[in-house]
Ligand binder design. Structure first.
Ligand code: DX5
Ligand code: ZN
Length: 224
């Protein structure tokens, strides 16, 4: 069984492989787990919902095969989440997060994803009002707050989303988790934790560093 990040309330650091070197992905993942990463964040992009294309189920399946015990958190930046969620779960995703901006019936989407036997997450772009996700909150395991406009790693953190984190955290049950994604670095991760965030997605501040263990240690130090 993959390690389960819901089993703890300790802050979790989730490297996003979007900034990894895909020519040696397995070694990159080994390195970040060896350096103390908790689970992996997989950024799936369709070139339609966001202006970039990343990867799909075949890569998720390869990661699952090479890392059978890793918890895989799939962030679907795609226009048709229900069309691809079954393939993502079959490939090995443990959590599937969809965007509220593409869900006319977010409760229905969450329920359909849950039926696949995985955890369910909902996420919202920086420009989307926090109230948009309120009706779906009871039906998800994770809320992901985007702290950059999705599409690319290496963008600047948008501190204005911190008030959204505070608002959402107040409405979550103890078994639900709040996640943040975009521009997280040692100098802002503490602010996010103080706003209620449990899980921290980090791409460039880990994978763009030569010393990945040092990078994760710095993030943990800022959280302590
Ligand atoms: C943004 C993605 C993020 C991104 C984070 O579209 O959802 O997961 O890779 O990258 P950094 O940590 O570099 O902002
Ligand atoms: Zn992401």
């Amino acid at each position: 069984m993959p390690s389960n990040p819901f089993a703890t309330i300790t802050p979790q650091i989730a490297p996003s492989i979007l900034s990894a070197d895909f020519s040696k992905l397995g070694a990159e993942i080994d390195e970040v787990f060896g350096a103390g990463a908790d689970f992996l964040h997989l950024d799936v992009m369709d070139g339609h919902f966001v202006p970039n294309i990343s990867f799909g189920p075949p890569i998720v399946a390869s990661v699952r095969k090479s890392h059978p015990n890793a918890y895989l958190d799939a962030h679907l930046m795609i226009s048709e989440p229900l069309r691809y969620a079954p393939a993502m779960v079959k490939a090995g995703a443990n959590n599937v997060t969809f965007h509220i901006e593409v869900a006319a019936d977010p409760v229905g989407v969450a329920m359909e994803i849950r039926k696949l036997g995985c955890h369910v997450g909902i996420t919202l772009n920086p420009a989307t009002p926090v109230e948009a996700i309120f009706p779906a909150l009871d039906h998800v395991d994770v809320v992901l707050v985007m702290s950059v406009v999705p599409g690319f790693s290496g963008q600047k953190f948008m501190p204005e989303v911190l008030s959204k984190c505070e608002t959402i955290k107040k409405r979550l049950r103890p078994d639900q988790r709040l996640e943040i994604d975009g521009g997280i670095k040692p100098d802002n991760i503490r602010q996010a934790k103080d706003a209620g965030v449990d899980w921290f997605v980090v791409a460039s501040a880990i994978f763009d560093q030569t010393d990945r263990a040092g990078a994760i240690a710095q993030l943990r130090k800022a959280l302590a």
